[in-house]
Design a protein around this ligand. Structure first.
Ligand SMILES: Cc1cc2nc3c(=O)[nH]c(=O)nc-3n(C[C@H](O)[C@H](O)[C@H](O)COP(=O)(O)OP(=O)(O)OC[C@H]3O[C@@H](n4cnc5c(N)ncnc54)[C@H](O)[C@@H]3O)c2cc1C
Length: 456
């Protein structure tokens, strides 16, 4: 890298310019360098190293799903089975993967660099300006716009003197507060509550602001050995459900989905994942406030959309209101000179990025590539979940037809964790249920559209 500001851009050349060294950028780069033994990549990130949002998350963050199918295809992560990996482990892992590929001579990494436009980027440290002669494609690995609380200010007014912190600051608490208010009930809010309870805090000292209730995935079903059973159970629930509401309740009755409070209907579905023990802990919080989002936090009062709440002075507010992953508009993954990384399998972003890289190397026709990579945006609502299930099923069927070997062998793919003999033993039943499942999912979609039209 250049040591000082340069007027004339430094010229680089590579097959791919990948912007973003987060989980998706890394999974893409790893697969493209593995599947195409001659490909070269310039990888750029504004951070000091790879890992994206993991570098900004709270110190007690961990994967929500097993490490067995997270990361990149060419290197295992974690201890296998049900085990997760901490955020620190994930960052170290991506650093090792990066170094391995740099050592091959086909990857160049430019940290602390801001992508400015098209094929150019600038170092935030030296000011050096780079221009890349991209022989194949520009890859946008920033499109998911992941946002964790420490990356921005709370989106509500905070009166002078009130202490509002991101969950990162919980690790630095050095004296007790009169009370703790956790703002937000997504996975980050759950992690903050679990962390405080894990420190032995009396649950009555915690108030949890829960603007929405969500369906939660039971992590107990997501380990490699249980995947086939989970997929089978889901399919059976779909085959016997004639409305979306019935499907969600059936999945709950079958132990697939959970709610913090089973007496409150949940309109959200964001793939938040906890185990049963964590759910029991979360249910210990009795001061749950369901009165909308926070509008402002005053001296001893929280103003919410539908109510206000008195709080003691010396309360610590933990802002967990950032969305993490959001439901981004769909854009085609493949264009003649550009790839925009998005999810093509519900909540399996790294698998999606690796699959897109493989499709890039194995197919040349852009329409065919996009046909194999229909976008499954990150779900927010139960309707998004229904959409994701339907499009995910179409994608799965195309992959079975056009890239079965890759899907069978890629460690990021669920399929690779299911022994073929076990899959074959379940196939007759699954094939028999498939037409009924499709019919029910289609009927549910039509019902929901009619309900929405009638409500307008
Ligand atoms: C707390 C948390 C836990 C998760 N746990 C799991 C899990 O258990 N299993 C699972 O499958 N998924 C999990 N996910 C999802 C997954 O890890 C990633 O969040 C998802 O794949 C999105 O990552 P990304 O690479 O798209 O985004 P990011 O991590 O945001 O990476 C984007 C990168 O682009 C860089 N960038 C952006 N703009 C520019 C620019 N103009 N110039 C240069 N660089 C730029 C950023 O610095 C960043 O490094 C989790 C997500 C969160 C938030």
């Amino acid at each position: 890298m250049a040591e000082q500001t340069q007027e004339v851009p430094i010229q680089l050349a590579a097959d791919y310019l990948v912007v973003g060294a987060g989980a998706m950028g890394m999974a893409f780069v790893d697969e493209i360098l593995t599947s195409d033994a001659a490909a070269t990549v310039v990888l750029v990130d504004r951070y000091a190293g790879p890992g994206g949002h993991w570098r900004r998350s709270y110190p007690f963050v961990s994967l929500h799903q097993p490490a067995a199918f997270y990361g990149v295809n060419s290197e295992t992560l974690g201890r296998g089975g049900k085990s997760l990996a901490s955020g620190v482990e994930v960052i170290g892992y991506f650093q090792r993967v990066l170094e391995k590929h740099i050592a091959s001579g086909r990857l160049s990494f430019y940290p602390h660099c801001e992508h400015t436009h098209a094929k150019e980027f600038t170092s935030s440290v030296t000011g050096a300006h780079y221009s890349v002669a991209v022989k194949r494609k520009l890859v946008d690995a920033t499109y998911m716009k992941v946002e964790v609380p420490s990356m921005r200010k709370p989106p509500y007014r905070v009166a002078h003197g009130v202490k509002v912190v991101p969950p990162n600051a919980l690790a630095d608490i050095s004296s007790p507060y009169a009370g703790y208010v956790v703002v937000g009930a997504g996975k980050t809010g759950m992690d903050a509550v679990l962390y405080l309870l894990g420190l032995g805090l009396n649950p009555d000292l915690i108030t949890w602001i829960m603007p929405n209730d969500a369906w939660l995935l039971d992590r107990g079903n997501l380990h490699p050995d249980g995947l086939l059973q989970t997929l089978g159970k889901q399919q059976e629930s779909m085959a016997r459900s004639e409305s979306l509401e019935a499907l969600l309740l059936n999945l709950e009755a079958d132990g697939m989905l959970m709610r913090i409070d089973e007496s409150v209907w949940a309109e959200k579905y964001r793939c938040a994942t906890v185990n049963r023990q964590e759910l029991e802990q979360l249910r210990r919080i009795k001061n749950v406030v369901r009165s909308g989002r926070v509008v402002s936090i005053e001296d001893s009062q929280v103003i919410l959309e539908q109510a206000s709440l008195n709080v003691a002075k010396q309360t610590l507010f933990v802002d967990c209101s950032a969305n993490g992953l959001s439901n981004r508009p769909i854009v085609p993954v493949f264009a003649p000179d550009k790839i925009t990384l998005q999810s093509v399998s519900m909540c399996q972003q790294v698998f999606s990025a690796a699959l897109i890289a493989y499709v890039e190397t194995a197919f040349t026709d852009v329409d065919m590539q996009n046909d194999l990579c229909r976008v499954v945006p990150h779900p927010e609502s139960i309707d998004d979940y229904l959409y994701a299930v339907r499009v995910g099923a179409i994608n799965n069927a195309s992959w079975g037809k056009h890239l079965p070997k890759w899907v069978r062998n890629a460690r990021l793919s669920f399929r690779s964790h299911i022994p073929t003999w076990r899959l074959f033993s379940k196939m007759p039943k699954m094939a028999k249920l498939a037409p009924l499942v499709n019919k029910n999912l289609q009927a549910m979609t039509q019902q929901r559209e009619a309900q929405k039209a009638a409500a307008k």
